[in-house]
Design a protein around this ligand. Structure first.
Ligand code: BGC
Length: 255
């Protein structure tokens, strides 16, 4: 089956170690090509990463608009935080730099958004969040904790709930998947920290649903049952593809 051109989108997922891109079927969230991956350049400066974005787009021979999921606050294209990325990104107009690197104009240029917001868009449209109203909170557990907040299907962008302070610590320093590795925690010990964090979010937001994604969601069977909270909690469905798919949704103007 061939997919019509206007039902195809393109997303790039930018992480600390890799930049991954694919063409996406926007009718069902499936990838239409392989995920092409290039190492994130070190130092991960805007200019060096713009060059990789160009290579990824060229590799796929993609001519339409490009979405980019990025692990930071992104407001109208401008990067607003640098917790787990190079400091040189702060206040940079990422949409403009990446669009210029492709030698394009705004209409078919690059649109950047926060990575957890992108993952949430993907889950709400094609994954476990499909058709879910009320307050839905997407959380990604990886190097940091990312959050994407949805109210009746509409995204409230850049919530940054991984940076809540809890018990005197920044929450993601204690409960991200990276903390499990860094401190060599058992699944049970880590699940306890996640539970403490989610209970705090429950008190603050009274959500209807938590969707947990990021690297740790692939092994949800190892820890999710040990997280005892009152709110419904489900593992993400799109796993590794959520960032790419969400970025493609945004670039296509579907959300
Ligand atoms: C960043 C967020 C990001 C999350 C997951 C956090 O450290 O501040 O913007 O969504 O990591 O990558």
């Amino acid at each position: 089956m061939t997919v019509k051109d206007d039902a195809r989108g393109f997303g790039i997922d930018i992480g600390g170690t890799g930049m991954k891109a694919a063409v996406v079927d926007l009718t069902n969230g499936a990838l239409l090509t392989e995920r092409h991956r290039i190492d994130t350049p070190q130092p991960a400066t805007p200019e060096a990463m713009a060059e990789v974005v160009r290579e990824l787009v060229e590799f796929h021979g993609w001519g339409g608009p490009v979405g980019c999921a990025f692990p930071a606050v992104v407001r109208h294209g401008i990067v607003g935080s640098a917790a787990n990325i190079d400091d040189s990104w702060l206040d940079v107009d990422a949409d403009r730099i990446f669009t210029e690197a492709l030698d394009r104009h705004d209409e078919d240029g690059v649109v950047m958004l926060n990575d957890a917001d992108a993952a949430g868009l993907a889950e709400m449209r094609f994954g476990v969040g499909r058709g879910r109203g009320g307050v839905v909170m997407m959380l990604t557990f990886g190097t940091g904790i990312g959050s994407g907040l949805f109210v009746d299907g509409t995204l409230v962008p850049n919530t940054e709930l991984g940076h809540l302070e809890l018990d005197g610590h920044v929450a993601e320093h204690r409960a991200a998947a990276s903390a499990k590795k860094r401190e060599d925690l058992s699944w049970a010990a880590w699940a306890e920290r996640v539970e403490r964090y989610l209970r705090h979010l429950e008190r603050l937001f009274s959500p209807d649903l938590f969707i947990v994604g990021g690297g740790a969601s692939k092994k949800a069977d190892r820890w999710l049952d040990d997280v005892r909270i009152d709110t419904e909690i489900v593992p993400a469905e799109l796993l590794n593809n959520a960032g790419i798919v969400g970025a493609a949704i945004r670039a296509a103007g579907l959300h």
